[in-house]
Design a protein around this ligand. Structure first.
Ligand code: SAH
Length: 257
């Protein structure tokens, strides 16, 4: 009889432990999406706060609702290296290898906002990096072409974007200095690496009435996010915000110069 009492006690213990594990496991799984939503909400709040605080520079106290929605809809954690996933919802740049970075979410949101995108727009990005900015653009515009000078980054971004279903983005490996002449003109051009001057080919490939958002300045020194507008009367340029970007590098092969 003793044995069977022991057995029952043992069985009861197993059942209790199993139930506890099940409950704990369920909690863990159930809480994960909540935490992600919470982190995303915090990030959006930080973007909104940065927007208000930089208003004296940018002239914009709030971003377009469509831009904030795109920031919510594109999962940044899919664009950062595996060991940085925990930081994906933080408002800061992160390393993506090859000495390059995925920009701070506020800067991605601000640059997107400054482009004043419309659903029928065709957009060119220079500096694909992880593909995150391209994904945000692709949720707001018709067609996005993006050029990346580091071939490995171009390949992994193309693969990632295809996997995530961004069918309206085309990635090209190469030096963005030359733009994408076959697909020009573009309604909007965004450059995510800092250049001393506006690359002339990009200006040529911008449609009349179109806008370019580009950081301008020296690699180590004062850089300014700049909005360039191409009008029938010529080029209008205004500095929007002091920034810090990785350099616009040049390939050794310069086919057109
Ligand atoms: N937009 C990216 C962040 C890019 S960081 C993202 O969302 O992740 C800037 C990128 O510009 C880097 O990947 C760098 O390799 C690339 N780059 C620098 N010079 C370039 C050039 N001449 N042509 C194309 N890409 C360039």
């Amino acid at each position: 009889m003793r044995t069977s009492a022991d057995q029952i006690a043992h069985l009861a213990a197993v059942v209790i432990i199993f139930t506890l594990a099940l409950v704990a496991g369920e909690r863990l799984f159930a809480s994960e999406p909540v935490r992600v939503n919470e982190r995303m909400q915090n990030l959006i709040s930080e973007i909104e706060r940065d927007t208000r605080e930089t208003r004296p520079y940018t002239g914009r106290s709030r971003l377009q609702a469509s831009v904030l929605k795109a920031m919510r809809d594109v999962d940044r954690s899919r664009f950062v290296p595996e060991d940085s996933v925990l930081y994906a919802w933080e408002n800061r740049p992160l390393g993506i290898g090859y000495g390059q970075t995925i920009s701070q979410p506020f800067i991605v949101a601000l640059m997107t906002d400054l482009l004043d995108l419309e659903p029928q727009f065709r957009v060119l990005e220079i500096g694909t990096g992880s593909g995150y900015q391209a994904a945000v653009l692709a949720t707001l515009a018709k067609d996005v072409r993006t050029i990346e000078i580091v071939p490995e980054l171009a390949a992994s971004a193309a693969e990632r974007l295809a996997e995530l279903g961004f069918a309206n983005v085309e990635v090209r490996a190469g030096d963005g200095w030359h733009g994408w002449p076959e697909a020009a003109p573009f309604d909007a051009i965004i450059v995510t690496a800092v250049s001393e001057t506006i690359p002339p080919k990009l200006l040529e490939q911008l449609a009349i009435g179109g806008r370019m958002v580009i950081p301008i300045g020296p690699e180590h020194g004062s850089q300014n996010l700049t909005v360039v507008e191409k009008t029938t009367d010529g080029i209008k340029q205004r500095e929007v915000l002091p920034v810090q970007f990785v350099p616009f590098t040049r390939s050794d092969t310069r086919p057109e110069q």
